[in-house]
Structures are given as structure tokens and as C-alpha cells.
Design a protein around this ligand. Structure first.
Ligand SMILES: C[C@H](O)[C@@H](O)[C@@H](O)C(=O)CO
Ligand SMILES: [Mn+2]
Length: 588
């Protein structure tokens, strides 16, 4: 994984006319750039928790010579995001950033002394004409020329743009690693390399699951870390009751061996993704390199799980914000090698720096069906029905909701999580013998119940022949049911798997007319669930990648796409989005 993170390039553009105009604007223009840089550095962080870095052009940009000097500086500094700021008129196509491979935004100061908005409109039309979509940022209220303030509405747009643009930049050049191949015919695990290459700028790497066996047998893992990891697991991960019928339960000796295999798998899966210098010390220089994977998927079912312990422990631990080495950034690992859900998890993660829940979108429970089965009347956020999100596999432990902010359950970036929250999460989780009928090789599934009341967003990427990738998302809340109601519903499925009860927010139209409609329009068997209402960020990110959004419940006021999208129509934003994405085509 690339550790030299991409930077945000800031370009102060200016009216090139000397002998009065340019001179009078130098301080204000460069000041805008400096204040935007400081603002972004204060508010955005890279996946390792360090503040994002901005690079400001050496001079204000009044013409093409200075534009290319800025370009040269940026290309030597790994700039992956471009923000142009100006309080005044500048020469549109002469000052614009022409790098078509990165996201662009322009903030035109809303003032009266100088025409920043006129430049904004002029340069955005140049971007439109040249096929380089750019985001326009224009404050709603007029500011005085001396104002050093970044108004709240401008701040919100700068953050939404920069967060999404950094996600684009962070993906570029990294890999998705398939560990195994297609799981049980799941289309998302028929990995489409064209999609990764053209839409995400990512490479596809592949290994056969037999590589795990080779590493077990030849001892290609850090033995010291393995001993430490196993001990930590035994001390911290509670083994819950075995739910298998008596004749299928395996002995405790056999379970102990399975647990060792599960822990080894976690070490090996991580090493395959990002490499491990210790392997070089053991004489395995090639293996020490890893696959530069920012995300991965593990096939598991069936060739692996019919014989070996399942991937649940590995998937859960790697996706979580901590392990035996302490708190750390999650690794993004999809169950069943569902690469499209893996990429959705990656989007969610890069926008939030938080661990993700991977789940089957298993059951729509109507109020009537819940009432019939339990006698309970669904209420509150759940009054119109619920989705049961549950899966063997990749739900991060963080999904239990045992972290808090202002007394409310949350999922935080790893650097904000306390030791007490790690403990509470482990105490809220059981590792339960895998269902032997499904998993003949055994293993342990992660069992927790997500705390209610968390704002979350469920998203999913789909591929459609002739159309390409399409994103769908639903903002909503996690729900806490009365204990016996949960138990009755959970026991009808597989109670050894983690459950999240999800109530999407309804808008009364389209796919959000009812909870049933949300379920009925979901594109595949999985969803990626993130803490927070991040639908607007996902929409912005999708537009940068030219991925249309087929269903969402985000109000129009929060939707922020490149300005040129409005030239594809403003009456139906959804239709305009499809036309714009099709017209521009994939980013790479
Ligand atoms: C055990 C089963 O095969 C599950 O893994 C199955 O329901 C899925 O998760 C399919 O995505
Ligand atoms: Mn599944």
C-alpha cells in the first residue's frame, strides 16, 4: 500500500493585468489559498491519522506560464487533487488546471469589488467544453473584499469535495487482491479488471487460496507475532456456545487447532495484502513485498471452507480498528471475494476513516410479519419495517457500536478509540463455532448485535452490461429491538452471525417509498455499511469516478456534483447524472 499519500494542490489564480489590478489583488488571492490550505489541514486526515497535506503554487497564477509552473510543482509533489481559488476575474482557459486525470474544484469568492464569480462561471464553462468536469464553489452571501472568512457553506463544499477527491487519489495506483476466485457464483466475485483499471485506476492481483496452505506448511509467517496473536485471541476473544446439532459438533481439541489456523490466516491474509518485512528476515523476500492491496476479498466458500476453517475470524479482525498489535487502520477485506462490495467498503472507508460492516442484505421484515411472529409492534425509526443485515464474514468488530461520542454509540477512526472501547467491543462479541452444515471445515463466526440509534449508510456498487458500474445507497439508522423480539427473529436465521437491524430513511418516493422498496431494489446480496450519513459524500465521489447513482435518499440540497452535470438537465438530477457519466466515461 502506498504510504506517500497524495496531496491537495492549491492554485490561487489572479487577474494578470499589471500596473494596478494584479498588484492590488496579490495579498488577498494568496491569502485565500493559505486559508483554504490551513482549513483543510485542520479538518481532514489521511488513513493513518496524520493531517492532509496541501501544496500551494509558488506564485499566484495570472497566465499560462504560471499555470504550467504550478503544474510542474504539483507533479513533483504527488498532488492528486486540485483546488483553484480566486477573488477576481482571471483568464479562464489560460489559468485553468488542465490535468484531466484528477478531480478539480474552483472557489470563486462572492464579492462585489472584483468579479470572482464571473471567473468561476467562465472557467467552469472552459472545463465543460474541454471535458474535464470541475466542481464550482460559490458562497451564498456576498463577502467584503477584506474578509478572511471561509463562509460555512463554502467550508462544507470544500470538505465534501476534498474528502471525495482524496479518496479518488488514494485508490489510484493501488491494488485489489483476490484471494481465491468466484465464490458460489456470486457475480461480485467475478472480478472485472476493466472496471478497476478504468474507473478506479487500480490494478488487480490474484492468488490461489492454496497459497495459505503453502504458508502454513512452510512456516511463511512471523512465528513470534503468531504466538502473541494466538495468546491475545485466547485472552480477549470469547468463544460462544456451539449452535451445531450434537452430532456435528467437533471436539474442543479440534476447535483449538481450528482457532490456531484462523489466527494464522489473519496474519497471512494481511501479509498477502500489504507485505511484511519480517518475512524477508526469514528468507522470503518475495513474500515480504505483498500485493500493494488497499482492499482484498477472500473467496472462502466453498473450496476453502469445505475443508479448512472459514475466513470469518480473519475477515473480522482485519476489517476492525484493532488487533493484538493495538489500534490501527482497518484493512478492507470483502467476504466471498465480492469485489464490488469490497470497493463499496473502500469508498465508505476512505470517506470516513472508519471500519466497515460487510453484510448480507438478508431479510425485509414488515411490521405485519414482525407482529405475526413476535406479537411486537415495530416503532420509532423501525415503524415502517426493518432490514436484517447479517452475514458470516467481514463485519468489523467496531460494528458492535461499543464506541461512544457524547454518550451515543458510534464507529470512530482508530486514533479516537479508547482502550476501554476496545475492551467493551471484545466483551460484546462472541466467536461461535461455524455452522458445520455450511462450513465443513469449521472455524468461528463473529457474533454481536449492533447497538441501536447509530446513523449509518448502506451502499452497494453493481455492474450492468452496457451501462457499467452503478452505485446505490440508503441512509438510515440502526435499531435496537426488545431482546426477546431480536432473539426470536435472529434464531430463525443463523444466530452465530453478527446482526445489524437497519431502518432506511423513507422519502415517500421511488425506491424510498417503503422499506420493502429499498430491499426490492437492492442490486445484489451484499451491502457495505458505514457509520454516519455519508450519502452526499458517496454521491460526490461517484460523480468524480463517473459512476451514476441509481437510488439514494439524500436531499437535493446536500448533493454536490461537477457544475457541468447541470448542463445535462436540472429537472431530474438522476437522469442528468446518468447522461453526464455516460458522456464523460470513466476517469482513466
Ligand atoms: C453460508 C451461506 O453460504 C452464506 O454465506 C450465504 O448466505 C451468503 O452469504 C451469500 O452471500
Ligand atoms: Mn454473503
Amino acid at each position: 500500500m502506498t504510504t506517500h499519500y497524495p496531496k491537495i494542490g492549491i492554485r490561487p489564480t489572479i487577474d494578470g493585468r499589471r500596473r494596478g489590478v494584479r498588484e492590488s489583488l496579490e495579498v488577498q488571492t494568496m491569502g485565500m489559498a493559505e486559508r483554504v490550505a490551513a482549513f483543510l489541514q485542520e479538518n481532514l486526515r489521511y488513513p493513518d491519522g496524520s493531517p492532509v497535506e496541501c501544496v500551494i503554487a509558488d506564485s499566484t497564477i495570472g497566465g499560462v506560464k504560471e499555470a504550467s509552473a504550478a503544474q510542474a510543482k504539483f507533479s513533483g509533489a504527488n498532488v492528486g487533487v486540485s483546488i483553484t481559488v480566486t477573488p477576481c476575474w482571471c483568464y479562464g482557459s489560460e489559468t485553468m488546471d488542465m490535468d484531466a486525470g484528477i478531480p478539480h474544484a474552483v472557489w470563486g469568492f462572492n464579492g462585489t469589488e472584483r468579479p470572482g464569480a464571473v471567473y468561476l462561471a467562465a472557467v467552469l464553462s472552459a472545463y465543460a467544453q474541454k471535458g474535464i468536469p470541475a466542481f464550482g464553489i460559490y458562497g451564498e452571501d456576498v463577502q467584503d473584499s477584506g474578509s478572511e472568512e471561509i463562509p460555512a457553506d463554502v467550508q462544507a463544499k470544500l470538505l465534501r469535495f476534498a474528502k471525495s477527491a482524496l479518496a479518488v487519489a488514494l485508490m489510484k495506483g493501488n491494488s485489489y487482491l483476490s484471494m481465491g476466485s468466484v465464490s458460489m457464483g456470486i457475480a461480485g466475485s467475478i472480478v472485472n479488471d476493466q472496471f478497476f483499471q478504468e474507473y478506479l485506476g487500480m490494478r488487480n492481483e490474484y492468488i490461489d487460496m492454496s497459497e495459505f496452505v503453502r504458508r502454513f506448511e512452510e512456516g511463511i509467517y512471523d512465528q513470534e507475532e503468531f504466538a502473541r496473536a494466538l495468546q491475545w485471541t485466547k485472552e480477549n476473544c470469547q468463544i460462544g456456545p456451539d449452535n451445531n446439532p450434537a452430532h456435528l459438533q467437533v471436539s474442543s481439541e479440534e476447535k483449538a487447532v481450528q482457532l490456531e489456523t484462523c489466527v494464522k490466516m489473519a496474519l497471512i491474509g494481511r501479509d498477502l495484502m500489504i507485505g511484511n518485512p519480517v518475512l524477508a528476515e526469514l528468507g522470503f523476500e518475495e513474500e515480504a513485498q505483498g500485493h500493494n492491496a488497499l482492499a482484498a476479498g477472500f473467496q472462502g466458500q466453498r473450496q476453502w471452507t469445505d475443508h479448512f476453517p472459514n475466513g470469518d475470524f480473519m475477515e473480522t479482525i482485519l476489517n476492525s480498528s484493532f488487533d493484538w498489535n493495538g489500534k490501527r487502520a482497518p484493512y478492507i477485506l470483502a467476504t466471498e471475494n465480492d469485489s464490488l462490495n469490497g470497493v463499496t467498503m473502500l469508498f465508505n472507508y476512505l470517506l470516513t476513516n472508519t471500519a466497515q460492516i460487510f453484510a448480507d442484505v438478508r431479510t425485509y421484515w414488515s411490521p405485519a410479519a414482525v407482529k405475526r411472529v413476535t406479537g411486537y409492534e415495530l416503532q420509532g425509526e423501525a415503524a415502517c419495517g426493518l432490514l436484517h443485515l447479517i452475514n458470516s464474514g467481514s463485519a468489523a468488530l467496531d460494528g458492535a457500536g461499543e464506541q461512544t461520542r457524547d454518550g451515543q454509540p458510534v464507529i470512530k477512526p482508530f486514533w479516537e478509540i479508547t482502550d476501554e472501547e476496545v475492551d467493551a467491543t471484545l466483551k460484546a462479541t462472541q466467536f461461535r463455532a461455524a455452522s458445520q452444515e455450511y462450513f465443513r471445515g469449521g472455524g468461528f463466526s463473529t457474533d454481536y448485535l449492533t447497538k441501536g440509534g447509530m446513523p449509518v449508510t448502506m451502499a452497494r456498487l453493481n455492474l450492468v452490461k452496457g451501462l457499467g458500474p452503478v452505485l446505490q445507497l440508503a441512509e438510515g439508522y440502526t435499531v435496537e429491538l426488545p431482546e426477546e423480539v431480536h432473539r426470536t427473529l435472529d434464531e430463525r436465521t443463523d444466530p452465530t452471525w453478527p446482526t445489524t437491524w437497519f431502518a432506511p430513511i423513507l422519502t415517500g418516493s421511488g425506491s424510498f417509498s417503503s422499506v420493502y422498496d429499498v430491499m426490492n431494489n437492492w442490486g445484489a446480496n451484499h451491502g457495505a455499511i458505514s457509520y454516519g450519513h455519508i450519502g452526499a459524500d458517496l454521491i460526490t465521489l461517484a460523480s468524480m469516478l463517473r459512476i451514476p447513482v441509481s437510488m439514494h435518499n439524500v436531499e437535493a440540497a446536500r448533493i454536490f456534483r461537477p457544475r457541468v452535470w447541470s448542463l445535462f438537465g436540472t429537472e431530474s438530477l438522476e437522469a442528468a447524472d446518468y447522461r453526464a457519466c455516460q458522456s464523460f466515461g470513466p476517469l482513466y
